[in-house]
Design a protein around this ligand. Sequence first.
Ligand SMILES: Nc1ncnc2c1ncn2[C@@H]1O[C@H](COP(=O)(O)OP(=O)(O)OP(=O)(O)O)[C@@H](O)[C@H]1O
Ligand SMILES: [Mg+2]
Length: 143
Amino acid sequence: MIELPVEYISKSEEETASIADNFSKEIESGSLIALVGELGSGKTFFVKKLAKILGFDGYVSSPTFTILNIYEGELPIFHFDFYRLKDQVDIENIGFYDLIREDGIFLVEWPEKARSLFPEWYYQITFDILGKDTRNIKIEIIK
Ligand SMILES: Nc1ncnc2c1ncn2[C@@H]1O[C@H](COP(=O)(O)OP(=O)(O)OP(=O)(O)O)[C@@H](O)[C@H]1O
Ligand SMILES: [Mg+2]
């Protein structure tokens, strides 16, 4: 287990992969993880690593156009990207509120528009670009 909140400076993809590895030990069925950060900051990269650690050995792609990808790991992994959704009504229409009450791990890129539908607590990981290969990565619990 890791003490939260925690903040890392990652200087490479490999370092981010090991942060994902540490974080994977925290989560359990029903965990929701909001992934915050500008374009190209590493949200999808983090999901790729986490999905692999959680037992999915297929291809993880960005759900920018599909809104939701589902991967079969040890638990189902729901990978949302709300970048292109206009408002909360769209998010309700995809059944988000009911989905996050199922068994699984829920990863949400661009969570801002969906926050009012989130559970009473969830993880949030914030990625800041410090340089080409350098990221500040903060992991906290939001209540
Ligand atoms: N230290 C690092 N940790 C993670 N990714 C890194 C790091 N250094 C460079 N990168 C690169 O940053 C890019 C992050 O792209 P990614 O698609 O994950 O961004 P994103 O936050 O999901 O963007 P979007 O908002 O467009 O979905 C990848 O090309 C990755 O290789
Ligand atoms: Mg992405």
